[in-house]
Design a protein around this ligand. Structure first.
Ligand SMILES: Cc1cc2nc3c(=O)[nH]c(=O)nc-3n(C[C@H](O)[C@H](O)[C@H](O)COP(=O)(O)OP(=O)(O)OC[C@H]3O[C@@H](n4cnc5c(N)ncnc54)[C@H](O)[C@@H]3O)c2cc1C
Length: 400
């Protein structure tokens, strides 16, 4: 009976295990995760769970009994420390070896850390795990002075949660605007304005260089009163295990479009995978929930020998204050030459389209719903659109 091992027990790993069973695989499945917690989803950790509105039970991928009921040997609090590709075994933190016929790497990503005087103090907090979210939630009390390092998604969602808890919030960002790498300056400004309207202060062009009790010192020499410094400066793929085993890596574990690594018996999915994307014609590493949700199952089918062409339009969502949005595509600067709007940008009820050469390459619906599939179809179609029709809300997106 073959045995499949999954390293990393979070969304990608748990969904891969589920798909293996759904597809009729009746061999062994060992799902190994470093965290002492069964697989859970991270988006609520900076939203409803952090705000206290989503209960703990709502974050888990499966009910507690699901793993045993489905013959999935879930090993919590266990780390895969090495892969022996010739013996087809992985070493785990207890010192034991686990044999595999096929191995999935779903080890995700870890927050980039700050390293400066005071950065190891307990008031300097990160947000990746449910424990991190618990810690932030109890620290966010009315009047707490919170400095956030980084105006990316984690930084801004954390800022929104802190403001909702009536903390005083300052966001430091070395770039000239919010979400610049993620959305470009035009749409990044929409989010910065939203936060300003909720009382967040931004200091662009500045980063934290020192933490002293009660104070964050910035690169511009400013001293900002702070009870907490929350760090949201991006994440790095947990690809060291793969690199040490001689697999091809580079900003993640390199895979083909079937999520197979340079070893045909080893696969990678989720945040750790840097996969060839047939639609985009290049490799991408996507740190989005939907990529773990769909990539884990795609890798599982590939492990079973099915023909897989994993090419979803990248999809991301965020909730901040009363703004809910979905973004399809990867609208980073340099990938587009025009931004067009359908709807009311000032009233925060609109769709933004990023175009390159007249072709929609990304789209974001803000407080407008049930259109993401149509936006994704437009991106997939990759043909020029008439700007007047694109921006006219009376014309269905499906008629463009
Ligand atoms: C606070 C927060 C909010 C987010 N919000 C959104 C959102 O709103 N929308 C969105 O699209 N995306 C969001 N994301 C991103 C999304 O959660 C990730 O893309 C997703 O969690 C990736 O899943 P994964 O299974 O690939 O990896 P991860 O969730 O990183 O899980 C990897 C797991 O593997 C374990 N592991 C690592 N190395 C080993 C090893 N050697 N042995 C065993 N186990 C190991 C880790 O401990 C971890 O549990 C958010 C992320 C965070 C942190």
């Amino acid at each position: 009976m073959p045995s499949y091992v999954i390293a990393g027990a979070s969304l990608a790993g748990a969904k891969a295990a589920e798909t293996l069973r759904d597809e009729g695989f009746d061999g062994g499945i060992v799902l190994i995760g470093s965290e002492s917690e069964r697989p859970y989803e991270r988006p609520p950790l900076s939203k409803g769970y952090l705000l206290g509105s989503d209960p703990r039970d709502s974050v888990y991928v499966h009910a507690a009994g699901w793993y045993a009921e489905n013959g999935v040997d879930l090993r919590e609090g266990v780390t895969v420390t090495a892969i022996d590709r010739s013996a087809r075994t992985v070493a785990i933190s207890s010192g034991a070896q686990v044999s595999y016929d096929r191995l999935l790497l779903a080890t995700g990503a870890s927050p980039r850390r700050l390293n400066f005087p005071g950065s190891d103090r307990e008031e300097v907090l990160y947000l990746r795990t449910v424990d991190d979210s618990d810690r932030l939630r109890s620290a966010f009390q009315p009047g707490t002075r919170v400095v956030v390092a980084g105006a990316g998604w984690i930084g801004l969602e954390t800022a929104a949660a802190a403001r909702t808890a009536e903390c005083a919030v300052t966001v430091l960002e070395p770039q000239s605007g919010a979400l610049t790498d993620q959305l470009g300056p035009e749409l990044g400004a929409v989010f910065a304005d939203l936060h300003r309207a909720h009382g967040v202060e931004f200091r662009f062009g500045e980063k934290a260089v020192e933490f002293r009790p009660g104070l964050v010192i910035t690169s511009g020499g400013a001293e900002i009163p702070a009870d907490l410094l929350v760090v949201g400066i991006g994440a790095a793929p947990n690809d060291d295990l793969a690199a040490r085993a001689g697999l091809e890596t580079g900003n993640g574990v390199l895979t083909d479009e079937a999520l197979r690594t340079s070893d045909p018996d080893i696969f990678a999915a989720g945040d750790v995978a840097n996969s060839f994307h047939p639609l985009l014609g290049r490799r991408v590493r996507v740190e989005h929930w939907a990529n773990a949700l769909n990539g884990g199952p795609a890798a599982a089918r590939s492990m079973l020998g099915q023909a897989v062409r994993y090419d979803p339009v990248p999809y991301f969502y965020s909730d901040q204050y009363d703004l809910g949005m979905e973004c399809a595509g990867l609208p980073s600067p340099g990938t587009y030459d025009q931004v067009l709007y359908r709807g009311d940008r000032d009233a925060l009820e609109f769709i933004a389209f990023w175009l390159s050469g007249g072709v929609v390459v990304a789209g974001m619906n803000v407080n407008v719903w049930d259109v993401s599939d149509d936006i994704q179809a437009l991106i997939r179609a990759a043909r020029p659109v008439d700007p007047a029709r694109l921006t006219n809300p009376d014309i269905p997106l499906t008629d463009l």
